[in-house]
Design a protein around this ligand. Structure first.
Ligand SMILES: O=c1ccn([C@H]2C[C@H](O)[C@@H](COP(=O)(O)OP(=O)(O)OP(=O)(O)O)O2)c(=O)[nH]1
Ligand SMILES: [Mg+2]
Length: 148
């Protein structure tokens, strides 16, 4: 699919979003910062990506996810846990960077801090009923199947 993209920070022209390998699901997003940003333990800040994007097709959305290495090793994850980009959103793409670790984390300008995955979306309509057709699970949930 082709998606319209605007470069809001001229530095991004030299590193337009792209899949790292043919099999990559995510596109890394960079921090369009003027100077390094230090996040204290527990601190979250909105970091601009220097880009805006218009998916336009309501059958798709984009999600912003942590990068595994940063999330696991440094504790740099997302303040909203997962970012959801609506197909009609045209504003600046932002990353809520959250330092969930117990030591300060420094984000360098243009560092790849998160990744974006574009996903299909189903739009439901809801039909009110009094009873559901029986299913194997029924109302069991929240650990009802045990751990082994
Ligand atoms: O990590 C994120 C999450 C959201 N957005 C933008 C795109 C998205 O389409 C819009 C609204 O996001 P969402 O619906 O999750 O936030 P909300 O708090 O419900 O705001 P709104 O009332 O604007 O829908 O904000 C980002 O740039 N980065
Ligand atoms: Mg919303």
């Amino acid at each position: 699919m082709q998606v319209e993209l605007k470069v809001l920070d001229a530095r991004m022209k030299d590193c337009l979003p792209a899949y790292g390998t043919p099999g990559s699901a995510g596109i890394d997003l960079r921090a369009a910062l003027e100077q390094p940003l230090t996040l204290q333990p527990g601190q979250a800040e909105l970091v601009p990506t220097g880009l805006s994007m218009h998916l336009a097709d309501p059958n798709y959305c984009a999600t912003i996810l942590p990068r595994s290495g940063l999330g696991h090793k440094k504790g740099l994850v997302l303040g909203n846990l997962v970012g959801l980009i609506d197909s009609d959103y045209q504003g600046p793409l932002m990353v809520s960077a959250w330092n969930r670790s117990s030591v300060p984390v420094v984000i360098e300008p243009m560092e790849r801090i998160a990744q974006m995955v574009i996903l299909p979306v189903a739009h439901a309509t809801f039909k009110l009923v009094d009873e559901f057709a029986p299913s194997q699970r029924g109302e069991g949930g929240f650990g009802s199947t045990g751990t082994r």
